[in-house]
Write a protein that binds this ligand. Structure first.
Ligand code: 5RP
Length: 224
């Protein structure tokens, strides 16, 4: 199967997983990226079965609205029942690296609120140790050089993602050559650097279930 077919399979698996649990009041959190887009397109088929969604990016909000799916501001809803999103990497504890699409901060906010975080990814994203994919860090623009120097002290090689401004008006540093054996500790350390908005490690709030697309079918992995 191609990578796109694997992504389609996990998007469909996520929909099949949540569909029996949907109620007319259900609010879904929606991630960002090519896999999340396939989920949005699948969701359009059953949009009448939910109240609406909260989006993790302007791009996803636009795609949801183009299907006629209601999109709410997070502050106006009481709860988010499920959050469905892709990932750039996952380990077996379902700790993730996210932010390849620069939407990490809103993704982290919506996933923090969500009752259940369903991650959807093809098998190329499953790794033993996080960090082969460069770790995105969202930074207040005036703090860019300071944060970069602090990231070097932590052992990484930060590179400014030129030309990218996040939905929050900030910039992204991608940290290369950073093997992350202790995701919980690194997530906290980076977030404590003044000028960092957030980083793309999802260890404090890992996924609850990962639907992994493989050539042998979709596998469900659960947080241990
Ligand atoms: C966006 C993300 C995406 O979930 C991640 O980049 C995976 O994207 P794709 O589904 O296109 O492989 O974190 O900020």
């Amino acid at each position: 199967m191609t990578q796109d077919e694997l992504k389609q399979a996990v998007a469909d698996a996520a929909l099949a997983y949540i569909q029996p649990r949907l109620e007319s009041e259900t609010i879904l959190g929606i991630g960002t990226g090519s896999t999340a887009n396939l989920f949005i397109d699948a969701l359009a088929r059953i949009k009448g079965q939910i109240n609406g969604t909260v989006a993790s990016s302007e791009d996803s909000a636009q795609r949801l609205k183009s299907h006629g799916i209601p999109v709410y501001e997070l502050n106006t809803v009481d709860q988010v029942d499920f959050y469905v999103d892709g990932a750039d990497e996952s380990n077996r504890a379902l700790q993730l690296i996210k932010g390849g699409g620069a939407a990490l901060t809103r993704e982290k906010i919506v996933s923090a609120v969500a009752h259940e975080f369903i991650c959807i990814a093809d098998e190329s994203k499953l790794v033993h140790t996080l960090g082969e994919f460069p770790l995105p860090v969202e930074v207040i623009p005036m703090a860019r050089s300071h944060v970069a120097r602090e990231l070097v002290k932590l052992g990484g090689d930060p590179i400014y993602r030129e030309g990218v401004v996040t939905d929050n008006g900030n910039v992204i540093l991608d940290v290369y050559n950073f093997s992350i054996a202790q995701p919980l500790s690194i997530e906290g350390k980076i977030n404590n650097i003044t000028g960092v908005v957030t980083n793309g490690l999802f260890a404090l709030r890992p996924a609850d279930v990962l639907f992994l697309g493989t050539n042998e079918g979709v596998k469900a992995l659960y947080a241990q």
